[in-house]
Design a protein around this ligand. Structure first.
Ligand code: S3P
Length: 183
């Protein structure tokens, strides 16, 4: 399988924390012969520090600044699948580059699933020491319209396996002519 467009061949995954962007992204990248890159991981590599440290020292604005730079760089690479951090769509600039430089896939899920999947989470500063359900609910209300605004396709991730999610993404990409079967 290959992406149909010869210019914008990259694919960007957006969606909330705990939806499984990294797991699904790795599988999907393999299926589509794209190079998988996780934007949070790239931020950590460039900073030489983890996300929690960046939030502690520079606050969320410092993290967002780094995120915007990394998104700008990664979205210009050819043939990549970039899995983005849940809040990257907050920036108008990020939304614009994602939308104009590739195919954007919104992985959505329920608050119940997010709550379960982020339960033992120590890595996400925005969920540390807070009422997680309340924070996730508030984020969903604010961010969902932004995910929709930027997305070419949306796939709901329920209890089904990552393999099924990948198959469903590929089906939708085909229906919308973003990919075609190999001859
Ligand atoms: C964030 C999501 C995280 C990470 C950071 C902020 C957010 O990424 O970028 O902790 O604002 O939703 P994941 O969506 O991969 O957890």
């Amino acid at each position: 399988m290959r992406l149909n467009s010869s210019i914008y061949k990259s694919l960007f995954l957006v969606g909330p924390m705990g939806v499984g962007k990294t797991t699904v992204g790795k599988l999907l990248a393999r299926e589509l012969s794209l190079k998988f890159i996780d934007s949070d991981q790239e931020i950590e590599i460039r900073a030489g520090a983890d996300i929690s440290w960046i939030f502690d020292v520079e606050g969320e604005p410092g993290f967002r600044e780094r995120e915007t730079k990394v998104i700008d760089t990664l979205t210009q690479l050819p043939d990549v699948l970039v899995s983005t951090g849940g809040g990257c769509i907050l920036s108008e600039n990020n939304r614009a580059v994602l939308k104009s430089r590739g195919v954007v896939v919104f992985l959505d899920t329920s608050l119940d699933i997010q709550e379960v999947r982020t339960k033992k989470d120590q890595k996400r500063p925005l969920l540390r020491g807070v009422d997680r359900r309340a924070v996730l609910t508030e984020m969903k209300a604010f961010r969902d319209p932004l995910y929709h605004e930027v997305a070419d396709i949306k796939v709901f991730v329920g209890e089904s396996s990552s393999k099924r999610v990948v198959a469903s993404i590929i089906d939708k990409l085909k229906v919308q002519n973003f990919i075609e079967d190999k001859e």
